[in-house]
Write a protein that binds this ligand. Structure first.
Ligand code: UTP
Length: 415
């Protein structure tokens, strides 16, 4: 039985096709489908579609780009290092530090069957990505005599498997009460004709709303309130797929604390002009990350007098947010903007047949964490060494693969 309000809603937004096959489904499947439909913010989705399809335009305007200053870790003096490490240690010891791991991605390129954090890159210990990160937090908690609260963002697709994985592995020896899982939001994919995609007769095709969804999810899950209650001052937010990620780096925390800025980020020197990474800059005066898909050839190639890139600092998801910054971001009415990707996605056509398209057929909407940088005037950047801090697991083989990550991990920590 389809509730009247659901029918009306679908009619209003021209999405009646979503329930077209209900007659063929059993009661449970219908109830689940209706639950999915009721969870969709149709107004928001329509706005995103119209913008993606070019029917309305977000303010475009001219942008002025400038380099964003950074501090190179290798150029810090002994006394600066001591000063930062001491300030960072004070924050951690007083319970003012928390870590967030964003593990809601689909890991499409890796093609692993299960949450990416459960992946075993082939170390002798067979530690999964989750275990590798947990070990670093455990070591820091022991060193500073304070358990670091760990918040792990999952998606609706991988939440259950992630929780089970932790449970099966005894939370890797970390106190269970200090690990909190929270689920990020999803947004439906929308076909180029404006109709939300039904990928099965009983299922709407939805995708996680990007790593920028972390702020809204921290708020809606109550994790933000928990941080405030615990007296957290600084929150490190990183991805799950970098096996060299320093989850709790006192020097970096102290650097953030002493910078006077509300946010800080680590950067790496861009390998070459074409590397597929976003780089830090200022856009119209505000800190910004310009994606490799957006940067002009001229800007990507621009050099300083010494031959280094003018825009040479890559953003690789190693960010530190003060609680004040998070408060400001989640309090903003507009939230983060969404970026649009054109994807190929399976759908059920009017005749009820499953179609696997050969060309992109739908829009996917994702928010990016670095769009939050523009809310602030300053962003403190610490340039760090790639070899000791960045070994991502993105692709099945070749560059940024389990094999390259394993090699780099072993070069740093031994077998
Ligand atoms: P990527 O953008 O590299 O995506 O995410 P991915 O899911 O790991 O891999 P592909 O692109 O599908 O192959 C960088 C980090 O952000 C997290 C990921 O889990 C990863 O830690 N992320 C990404 C989320 O938590 N949610 C998202 O919606 C997207």
């Amino acid at each position: 039985m389809i509730p009247e309000k659901t029918r009306d809603l679908l009619k209003k937004f021209g999405q009646e096709h979503l329930l077209r096959f209900c007659d063929e489904l059993d009661e449970k499947a219908v109830a689940e489908l209706i639950g999915q439909v009721d969870g969709i913010d149709f107004d928001k989705v329509r706005g995103l579609y119209l913008e993606a399809a070019g029917e309305t335009k977000a303010s475009s305007g001219e942008y002025v780009y400038e380099p964003l200053p950074f501090k190179d870790k290798s150029s810090l003096s002994k006394s600066e290092i001591e000063e930062y490490e001491k300030a960072g240690a004070d924050v951690i010891q007083s319970g003012g530090f928390a870590a967030v791991t964003m593990a809601g991605g689909q890991g499409t390129r890796l093609g692993h069957n299960g949450p990416k954090g459960t992946y075993d890159i082939g170390l002798k210990s067979h530690a999964s990505l989750f275990e590798i990160q947990c070990a670093r937090l455990r070591a820091a908690s022991q060193k500073f005599g304070k358990v670091i609260p760990w918040y792990i963002m999952t998606s609706r697709e991988n939440d259950k498997d992630t929780r089970e994985f932790f449970k099966t592995h005894g939370y890797f020896g970390y106190p269970e009460k200090d690990i909190t899982f929270f689920v990020q939001n999803m947004l439906p994919m929308v076909a180029f004709d404006g109709r939300i995609v039904l990928d099965r007769k009983d299922h709407v095709k939805e995708g996680a709303d990007g790593h920028g969804g972390v702020f809204a999810a921290l708020k809606s899950s109550g994790c933000y309130d928990d941080m405030v209650k615990r007296g957290v001052k600084w929150v490190f937010v990183g991805g799950i797929d970098n096996v060299l990620l320093k989850m709790c780096d006192p020097l970096f925390i102290g650097f953030g604390e002493k910078s006077g800025a509300k946010i800080a980020a680590k950067s790496l020197v861009k390998r070459d002009a074409k590397e597929g990474v976003g780089v830090f800059c200022r856009r119209n005066g505000k800190p910004y990350v310009i994606e490799y898909t957006e940067i002009s050839g001229e800007m990507a190639e621009a050099r300083n007098e010494d031959g280094s890139f003018l825009y040479g600092d890559a953003h690789v998801l190693m960010n530190l947010f003060s609680i004040d910054a998070i408060t400001a971001i989640i309090g903003g009415n507009d939230g983060l903007p969404y970026h649009v990707a054109r994807k190929k996605t399976q759908f059920v056509n009017e005749a009820g047949e499953t179609v696997v398209p050969e060309k992109p057929n739908a829009f996917k909407f994702e928010a990016f964490i670095f769009d939050a940088f523009e809310f602030f005037d300053e962003l403190a950047i610490l340039r760090v060494d790639r070899e000791s801090e960045f070994a991502p697991v993105k692709n099945k083989e070749g560059e940024d693969s389990p094999a390259s990550a394993k090699r780099m991990y072993e070069a740093n920590f031994g077998e």
